[in-house]
Ligand binder design. Structure first.
Ligand code: ZN
Length: 151
């Protein structure tokens, strides 16, 4: 990764952590789950409104480090209007990206668009759990669970 790219990625993450999108509760949610990353202390609740097979709306609440907040913010932005199958596929790609199986990470990054800014976290194993917390919580919510942990 070039320094320019790294800087751009940091700006995007900083922006989303300072001004998280879709950061609110959702009384009309019909799926929700709480997630906890004990390693860092991040906590997140993900709210999803699923209609038919489509994610109509998604939001989150919680408190955590800038990586976990930015990741949740960008995840909610990316998921609106996706089918639940597409949402699960994005989860898989994101997981490949941050755990950086080098053979898959490049393809994953191409499919993830803006979410590829999290590619850098694989260099910091402790941060992988921060970045993936919201996604694990989303997956739990879609599968009808109410709790997710990065452990
Ligand atoms: Zn964290």
């Amino acid at each position: 990764m070039t320094d320019d790219l790294r800087e751009l990625y940091q700006e995007v993450i900083l922006d989303h952590s300072k001004r998280p999108r879709n950061f609110h509760g959702m009384p009309e949610a019909n799926r929700q789950a709480k997630g906890h990353n004990p390693l860092c202390g991040d906590r997140v609740t993900v709210f999803v409104r699923v209609e038919g097979d489509v994610v109509r709306d998604v939001s989150f609440e919680g408190a955590g480090c800038s990586i976990s907040t930015a990741s949740a913010s960008m995840m909610t932005d990316a998921l609106k209007g996706k089918t639940t199958a597409e949402a699960r596929a994005l989860f898989e790609r994101f997981h490949e990206l941050v755990t950086a199986d080098p053979s898959k990470a490049a393809t994953a990054a191409a499919e993830l668009g803006k979410l590829a800014v999290f590619a850098g976290v694989h260099e910091f194993p402790i941060r992988v759990k921060c970045a993936s917390l919201a996604w694990h919580t989303l997956k739990a919510a879609l599968e009808g669970g109410d709790r997710a942990s990065t452990e």
